[in-house]
Ligand binder design. Structure first.
Ligand code: URP
Ligand code: ZN
Ligand code: ZN
Ligand code: ZN
Length: 466
């Protein structure tokens, strides 16, 4: 028995056409006008878009960090993800200090296995650079984790030094991997924090002023120089937030440094007015937006929209790092130093990007598909298995019905967290049906699948994507 998705607008990175798509087992087996045979399951996609399943390049599920633990785990987080059309999450498996990378990876495999409603892959976050780590990276790459992560901020818990970055980048060359960087200057953040605290400016409002664009800009330019010194090693900036940061990425690209960039819906849609006033607004209102890098200005959003549209930024991850406002964000009172950094967003990525990107004409449908899935699949070495609707690819398919609108309410979301940064926002259309490797995961907006998501091994990175 085949599943035939009939009469939708099938969108790929190179164009779209109204046609049919056939699924047999876990794979797509045909595209084009398809004649059904008795017993086939027919899914009417008339008036809908048929898209490759989304790849969220940046999630923090079940992560112990900043003195607490993120509230979405692989069960609740991937369930929300799949409802929003994401069929592959790329989570940050983290080797805590003192652990080997193999131990960190085994811990993450255990957290995800048997729990995930969609497929999952890992970036391996490295919080330190002990002797022998380069060999460990090569060994982890053989286990299907070819993308790593380092933090240039968050002292002393996570930050690494320039020489360590240099050695890590050199190490990725042996297996064709990549490293994503949280690119902010951690020492400057600490100094700016010390100054604010010394003058009694500790309200959540001041978080943004301890992470100004200069600290992002400086870190990106330093990263580009280190990559260059290491022989132009592919690497990317995670959660790029600012015009100044983008300028540094493009400057590096012009020199031939293969530096790529991910941004997030929050940097495209939300701005620093969310932090309220300097006299300290209601902590419950403000703390949900305490993230790093912080929200920027409307002018930065305009530049980032242009960058996702013209290919200067290649991926959109959510940086889903969910903490409750009540009990986690507010646990230490109104002092930005005690508010865990992070915000939720795993469920709405594709719908927000459709509503505020495609519908107003900021990005084409083809670009939407590239940003949602194809670029990440190529860059992280899972293409053409993932990220494209083509015969032989995994049948990770989203049917998006662009008709109708709704208003976002946290109470309607399946994220396991007590707020959404998008409360009251309008969404156009909806993710109607989702297939993960050929199995229906969501039908008519309702979860019908199970927790049979699989670990997806990544291959060498295609650093050439633009
Ligand atoms: O504030 C943020 N972004 N928290 C999540 C961890 C990170 O820096 O990506
Ligand atoms: Zn980060
Ligand atoms: Zn993150
Ligand atoms: Zn509260």
């Amino acid at each position: 028995m085949s599943t035939i998705i009939r009469g939708g607008t099938v969108v790929g990175p190179y164009g779209s056409a109204v046609t049919d798509l056939r699924i047999d087992g876990e794979q797509i087996t045909a595209l084009g006008a398809i004649t059904e045979t008795p017993g086939d399951r027919l899914i009417d996609a008339g008036g809908c878009l048929v898209l490759p399943g989304g790849i969220d390049t940046h999630t923090h599920l079940d992560l112990a960090t900043q003195g607490t633990t993120t509230v979405d785990d692989f069960n609740t987080g991937t369930r929300a993800a799949v409802l929003g059309g994401t069929t592959l999450v790329m989570d940050f498996a983290t080797a805590q200090k003192g652990e080997t990378l193999a131990q960190g990876l085994a811990n993450w495999q255990a957290k995800a296995s048997g729990k995930s409603w969609c497929d999952y892959a890992f970036h391996m976050a490295m919080l330190e650079w002990p002797a022998g780590r380069a060999d460990e990276m090569a060994a982890i790459a053989r286990q299907g984790v070819t993308s790593f992560k380092m933090y240039m901020a968050y002292r002393p818990a996570m930050m690494v030094e320039d020489d360590e970055i240099f050695q890590a980048l050199q190490a990725t060359r042996s297996f064709g991997g990549t490293i994503g960087f949280h690119a902010e200057n951690g020492r400057l953040i600490d100094e700016l924090t010390r100054e604010r605290v010394a003058s009694g400016q500790t309200h959540a409002y001041y978080h943004q002023h301890t992470h100004p664009v200069e600290v992002e800009r400086e870190a990106i330019s330093r990263l580009a120089a280190i990559s260059e010194l290491a022989g132009n090693v592919p690497c990317y900036v995670v959660h790029l937030s600012s015009r100044d940061g983008l300028t540094e990425v493009l400057r590096a690209n012009r020199r031939g440094v293969p530096l790529r960039a991910e941004t997030c819906p929050q940097y495209l849609l939300l701005d620093a007015s969310r932090y309220g006033m300097a006299n300290g607004d209601d902590l419950d209102e403000v703390s949900g937006y305490v993230i790093s890098p912080p929200l920027r200005e409307v002018a930065d959003q305009d530049v980032l929209w242009q960058a996702v549209s013209d290919g200067s930024v290649q991926f959109i991850g959510t940086d889903h790092c969910a903490f409750n406002v009540h009990g986690q964000k507010d646990a230490g009172g109104d002092d930005f130093r005690s508010i865990p950094n992070g915000a939720p967003g795993i469920q709405l990525r594709m719908e927000l990007l459709y509503t505020y990107g495609v519908e107003p004409g900021r990005i084409s449908l083809e670009r939407y598909v590239e940003l949602n899935a194809t670029n990440a699949a190529r860059y992280f070495g899972v293409h053409p298995r993932k990220g494209i609707l083509a015969p032989g690819s995994d049948a990770d398919v989203v049917i998006y019905d662009p008709r109708g609108t709704r208003t976002v309410h946290q109470t309607d979301l399946d994220e396991n967290v007590d707020y959404t940064p998008y409360e009251g926002w309008r969404i156009s259309g909806r993710v109607r049906d989702v297939f993960v490797r050929g199995s229906a995961a969501v039908l008519d907006g309702v979860v019908v699948g199970d927790q049979s998501g699989q670990f997806i091994a990544c291959g060498p990175s295609d650093g050439a994507i633009r």
